[in-house]
Design a protein around this ligand. Structure first.
Ligand code: CLF
Ligand code: SF4
Length: 301
């Protein structure tokens, strides 16, 4: 949990991780104040640019149809065209020549960023060419502990981890399989490996002053009674923000009735006691460019 000033978007100065205070530095503040997803105020002023360089995924969520973009962060039913890292860099240059309000460059799919070496190459190119632009990424977290040092070197400023359960008995109902270190795991074992790495990854990211958001898919009858436990846990770990996403019923969860907007709001209110809640997410495509809800990527196809 964090010590917060009264105003909603006021800068936070200290992250409390298990009771110990870690002071924020000015770059961390900038990575919140200029990031359209981490600050509602920033969303009016600044934009983000997604680079769809990561097509493969290493797990199977039961709500995901893999022919589309990763729904842990993106709008379902949308397929973004995959770019090579070099093409992604060219696209950034083209966009930056015309638009000056983009503050964040991110990899958010269409698959799992950390399972595609192109993500690392892209961040390398971006760091070289545009060192001051904030670098952001969304991940299922499986490979986060293994790759965190490289991400730190590449100057990753913000990361989102999708965490749908902190109990493997619940997690095992959400994931069909997890491919890790050359082996496919299923059931409770898969959920345990994923959870262990997600928690370790969050801990390591917070330690390195990377600003962390957690996405949680609200799945009625599966994890809805458990979301508050997740909020408590991540609040204690020093996560800055939680984004609760309503289930889009598809694949193995096609039969589940999704939460209503009211149910989602109620859940956000309950969780906000433990961690700050994001309420302005627009479920972006993996190739989105522009301000949230005011995308301009169609100009660059
Ligand atoms: Fe992209 Fe995500 Fe970074 Fe933002 S989106 S990787 S944190 S730069 Fe933002 Fe879009 Fe919601 Fe994501 S509105 S889907 S929360
Ligand atoms: Fe789909 Fe994303 Fe889950 Fe992979 S991590 S299965 S792409 S929702």
């Amino acid at each position: 949990m964090r010590e917060e000033k009264k105003k909603e978007e006021a800068p936070l100065l200290v992250t409390k991780v298990e009771g110990k205070g870690i002071p924020w530095d000015p770059t961390q503040l900038r990575r919140v104040q200029e990031h359209p997803c981490f600050s509602k105020k920033a969303a009016h002023l600044f934009g983000r640019m997604h680079l769809a360089v990561a097509p493969k995924c290493n797990i199977q969520c039961n709500y995901c149809l893999r022919k589309y973009d990763c729904v842990n962060e993106s709008r379902p039913g949308v397929t973004s065209k995959v770019l090579t890292p070099q093409e992604a860099l060219e696209r950034i240059k083209e966009v930056f020549e015309q638009v000056h309000y983009i503050k964040v460059v991110a990899v958010a799919g269409p698959g799992e960023p950390l399972y595609n070496e192109e993500t690392f190459e892209t961040f390398r190119l971006v760091k070289e060419e545009f060192p001051h632009i904030i670098r952001c990424m969304s991940t299922n977290g499986l490979l986060l502990p293994d790759r965190i040092e490289e991400l730190e070197e590449l100057g990753l400023g913000n990361v989102t981890i999708t965490l749908n359960a902190i109990d493997p008995n619940i997690g095992k109902n959400i994931y069909s399989f997890v491919n890790y270190q050359g082996k496919r795991y299923r059931g409770r074992e898969a959920a345990e490996i994923l959870l262990r790495n997600q928690l370790k990854g969050i801990e390591e990211a917070v330690k390195r002053k990377i600003v962390v958001k957690v996405n949680t898919v609200l799945i009625p009858t599966v994890n809805d009674k458990h979301i508050i436990d997740i909020a408590k846990k991540i609040g204690e770990m020093g996560v800055y923000l939680q984004n609760i996403i309503p289930l889009i019923p598809q694949y193995k969860f096609a039969h589940i009735t999704p939460p209503t907007p009211h149910e989602k709001k109620e859940m956000q209110e309950k969780c906000s006691k433990y961690v700050k809640e994001m309420t302005h997410c627009r479920q972006c495509r993996a190739d989105a460019i522009g301000r949230l809800g005011r995308d301009i990527q169609h100009c660059y196809l």
